[in-house]
Every structure is written in C-alpha cells, then in structure tokens.
Design a protein around this ligand. Structure first.
Ligand SMILES: *Cc1c(COP(=O)(O)O)cnc(C)c1O
Length: 382
C-alpha cells in the first residue's frame, strides 16, 4: 500500500512543528465551576455554560423525563417522521424569547449557520464582519453569494460597502452579536438602522449573547425586531442544538430549502426538553444573569488591580491578550499546574500575534473562586 496516510502524517508533523497540534483532554466530571481531570480537581474558567444550566437539576430532570417518555433518537429528519411535539414547543419558546414570529431548530448552532444557504443566492451580496465565527463564514460560503468582509465593528467601512452595492438584488449584513474570542458586542441598533436604510437583511449570530446580554438575557437583538437571529442552545442554555428565529415566511423557507435542516435527523427529545427547561429558568430567574455580570465585573476589576489589562465587558468573555503563541501556551500550562483551567487560544482561531487566554465566567463561580483565579493569573502573568 503506497503512502495512503502520508499526507496526514505530514500535516500532523507540520502542526506539531509549529506548536499547533491539539488534542482533547477528557473530564471525568460534569462541567461546572470545578471539574475533575486526570484525577485532579481544577477551577474551570473555560466553559460557555454561562448560567450553570448544563447540570441544573430541573434541566437534567427534564431531559431524563423526556428520555423516558419519548426515547432518545427521533428516528429521522423532521420532514420525514422525526417531528415531535416537543420540537414545536421548543421552537415556540425560542420565538417567544427572541420576540420573533417563529423559529426553526437545527441539530447544532453550526448547522443553523449552514442554514444561511437557504437565505441567499448568487444574486445576493453578503457583508460580513472580519471576526465572524467560523460556522457563520462557512454558512456564507455555502450560499454562493458575493461576500465582502468589513473590518471588525467598522461601521464606516460597512456604510461604504452598502453604498457601493446599492444596486444588488439583495443584501445581507452578517455579524456575531457577541464575538466569541473578544467579548466585543456588535452595535446591533446601528446595524439594524443601516440594514433598514439599505433594504438589507440583518443576520445576527447570537451564540454568546443569548442568555447573557440584552434585557433579561434575551440577547443582542432584543431591540432589533427585524433582525434574523441565529443562536444556540449549547452555551448559556446549557443543552445542545441551534436555531434561526425570524418571520414565519423565512422559517418556512428554511424548513423547505435549508439542507442542514432537511438532511439532518431531528433533535433528540431529551435535548429539546433540556432546552425548554433552560429557557424557563432563564425567564423565571433573571438574577442568574445578574450574577453572571457581577462575577465578570468582579474578575475584571481584580485583574486590573493586579495590573493585568482586562477590559470591562457586558459579556461572559474576558480575553487576556498575551501575543506570542509560546508565551500564551506557557501561561495556560502554569495556570493548570496551579489548578486553574483557562484555554490558550491561538491562530487560526484568532489573528496571528494575538494569542490569548480566553477566560469565561459563569453565574455559578463563587467570589472565593474568582478571587483565587485572579490572584493566580496575576502571579503567572506578572
Ligand atoms: C459555538 C458557536 C457556534 C456553534 O454553535 P454549536 O451549537 O456549538 O454548534 C456558532 N456561532 C458562534 C459565534 C459560536 O460561538
């Protein structure tokens, strides 16, 4: 057999040579403020389970009960025989949370972004923020539309592009609501105005905004009723699965033409039940969202007091830019030795030369845990 896997070995060796080889490290506990890995307890400041719902008793009970009632696998795609009443119920809960007419479930947030394929074509111009999430970029590529990238949060460049393409048949502005590696928040109100002025659609990936920003954690688009909002149940909502919410006409188009909806087995009922339970908790316990923001502010101010350039944020994401890859990996390794898990994020996830520790806070971290994390980061980064 000739060199069948030679290309893989070469690629892996090349990644290793550049210190870019990655591997998974399995936990032996659920996610939470503390986790167990390799028999040792760590403080975790790395997960997107921002409201501690991934193993909230009401969420896990809802999943268990749904498994008992509906089973696990849905058996087929929604349009064949996999549609369950619980999916409809979850779609209504999402539409209600987002203040839209309707919502469509996808197997994941990634698949929801690929659903953009149904909303644009070769006659469409898509204007996309330079730091949009990889899955949104992949969704845009699938559309076959003309795409133009504007500088991150650069509204002037976006205005120029909207003007330059004013004769296009259709235009879509695509942006993350909260940028996952920076914790930056897009100016959705202005983007919505620009979209309206230019008869463009505004498509917002709110994976990190849902459950975190906006009134009662309803997300980035709470004041932009015409925006199309994509989101995920896998972050602050502690479950799994993605959605696109907006007008019924658009949702029906997705149900009929989005390949990542049509050709994907329906969401397992326990996952859907967990999503419904999580949304119910989000809506009935706004203090969770407040606690998350208090915790983020507490960590930022402790870091700043220790001389670390952390920026204030209205999100759960606190990036500490280190710069060189090697220094960032070294900092993460030293934090880990001291019992704290914070990931080193390197290119290609972030631009070259901006490797960083991506610290995420949850509503469930205690002041003591936040204090310990800050103190250790200050020691390690000093
Ligand atoms: C995580 C993420 C997604 C993908 O969502 P999943 O449910 O994990 O597939 C999409 N967009 C952004 C901005 C994300 O951070």
């Amino acid at each position: 057999m000739a060199d069948t896997w030679g290309f893989a070995e070469r690629k892996l060796a090349e990644l290793e040579g550049r210190d870019r080889l990655r591997r998974t490290r399995a936990l032996s506990s659920p996610t939470g403020p503390t986790v167990i890995r390799d028999g040792r307890e760590f403080l975790l400041f790395a997960s997107n389970d921002y409201l501690g719902l991934a193993n909230h008793p009401k969420v896990t009970e809802a999943a268990s009960e749904a498994a008992a009632r509906w089973g696990v696998g849905a058996g087929s795609a929604r349009l064949i025989s996999g549609a369950l009443e619980i999916h409809d119920e979850l779609e209504r809960a999402i539409a209600d949370l987002k203040g839209t007419e309707d919502a469509v479930l996808f197997g994941s947030g990634y698949l929801a972004n690929l659903g953009l394929q149904a909303l644009a074509d070769a006659d469409t111009v898509i204007l996309s923020d330079a730091l949009n999430h990889a899955s949104l970029i992949d969704g845009i590529r699938l559309t076959g539309a003309h795409r133009h990238i504007f500088g991150h949060l650069d509204l002037d460049e976006l205005r120029n592009l909207l003007h330059a393409h004013r004769t296009a048949k259709r235009m879509i502005i695509a942006t993350d609501g909260v940028f996952s590696m920076d914790g930056h928040v897009a100016d959705i109100a202005t983007l919505a105005d620009l979209a309206e002025e230019h008869a463009a659609l505004l498509f917002v990936d709110d994976a990190h905004g849902t459950g975190v920003v906006g009134p009662e954690g309803r997300g980035s688009t709470a004041d932009a009723p015409d925006a199309i909002v994509m989101g995920t149940l896998s972050k602050a909502l502690g479950s799994a699965g993605g959605f696109i919410a907006g007008p019924t006409t658009m949702c029906d188009l997705l149900r009929n033409t989005a390949r990542s909806y049509i050709f994907d087995t329906a969401m397992p009922a326990p996952v859907a039940a967990a999503g419904i339970a999580a949304i119910t908790i989000l809506r009935s316990e706004p203090e969770r969202v407040q606690r998350l923001h208090r915790n983020a502010a507490m960590l930022v101010s402790a870091l700043r007091e220790g001389g670390i350039g952390a920026k204030e944020t209205s999100t759960a994401i606190i990036p500490i830019i280190v710069g060189p890859d090697a220094d960032t990996i070294d900092a993460a390794a030293r934090l880990q030795e001291r019992g704290i898990l914070i990931p080193a994020i390197r290119p290609p996830s972030v631009p070259e030369g901006t490797a960083r520790l991506r610290v995420t806070v949850t509503s469930e971290h205690t002041p003591e845990q936040i204090g310990r994390a800050a103190k250790t980061m200050i020691e390690v980064l000093a």
